[in-house]
Design a binder for this molecule. Structure first.
Ligand code: UDP
Length: 149
């Protein structure tokens, strides 16, 4: 089953949106398999966002993402990588469709409330930054057959 890395960013934690955001993925039918409430170190942030190191927004991004606690999560499900990106909406909340997470809860690209892996390769890389193999919980959801045929 496909796995992705989702992170509730510091602005969403501060604004009391943890429950709202987790609720959407639960209700959709995805399965939570790992979760941590942590504060990123500068090193973790730089590793996570390494591909943006030469961008003008990089310093601000690292400062923002390390400014307070985040909820780091691994979710499993059918097409979870692409579908969770759709549920999040565009990177810039001003362009995010109404009803998406960013479209509903955010207005600024520098405070866009959630991160989600954008490909299987980035999911693998990002999950490895936040979790060890022992952090992933194997569990059977009793409603599974009502969610996936
Ligand atoms: N970001 C920013 N300013 C920009 C572009 C991106 O602050 O002009 C931040 C924003 O928090 C975004 C993150 O950098 O979520 C990573 O950017 P990416 O293009 O990878 O978007 P994402 O995958 O998060 O939608």
């Amino acid at each position: 089953m496909e796995r992705t890395y989702l992170m509730i960013k510091p602005d969403a934690v501060q604004r009391g949106l943890i429950g709202e955001i987790i609720c959407r993925f639960e209700q959709k039918g995805f399965k939570l398999v790992a979760m941590k409430f942590i504060r990123l170190t500068k090193e973790m942030a730089e590793k996570h966002y390494g591909e943006h190191a030469d961008k003008p927004f990089f310093a601000g991004l690292v400062e923002y993402i390390t400014s307070g606690p985040v909820v780091a999560m691994a979710w499993e499900g059918k097409d979870v990588i692409a579908v969770s990106r759709e549920m999040m909406g565009a990177t810039n909340p001003s362009k995010a469709a109404p009803g998406t997470i960013r479209g509903t809860f955010a207005v600024d690209i520098g405070r866009n409330v959630i991160h989600g892996s954008d490909s299987p390769a980035s999911a693998e890389k990002e999950l490895a930054i936040y979790f060890e193999e022992a952090d992933f919980v194997e569990w059977n959801r009793t409603v599974e057959s009502w969610i996936v045929e």
